[in-house]
Design a protein around this ligand. Structure first.
Ligand code: SF4
Ligand code: SF4
Length: 84
């Protein structure tokens, strides 16, 4: 299993709720993407991400959700090339 260290998982957040279709154009204008009728992906770059190197600037203290990703929980961004 290998992480490609692209940092994409630190650049997006996913929210689950019912999304009215009529909001789709507005959400796209704001950089968000509708993954499916119940999941919205929003560009939200973590403040700990070094956007030049794509590495975490506080790696040793990153939260458990980051340590466990992507094996446990979370939605993998479509750009994720992690070998599973
Ligand atoms: S804390 Fe580090 S590993 Fe976790 S999302 Fe932020 S930059 Fe990524
Ligand atoms: S998106 Fe996937 S390949 Fe890229 S850093 Fe995150 S886990 Fe690794």
């Amino acid at each position: 299993m290998t992480c490609k260290k692209c940092g994409q998982c630190c650049r997006w957040s996913y929210f689950g709720f019912s999304i009215p279709v009529e909001l789709s154009p507005l959400l796209k204008l704001r950089g968000a993407e509708i993954v499916d009728s119940h999941v919205l992906r929003v560009p939200l770059v973590c403040s700990k991400l070094d956007q030049t190197t794509n590495l975490c600037t506080d790696y040793d203290n990153r939260p458990d959700v980051c340590k466990e990703f992507p094996e446990v929980g979370g939605i993998r961004p479509k750009e994720c090339k992690y070998d599973v």
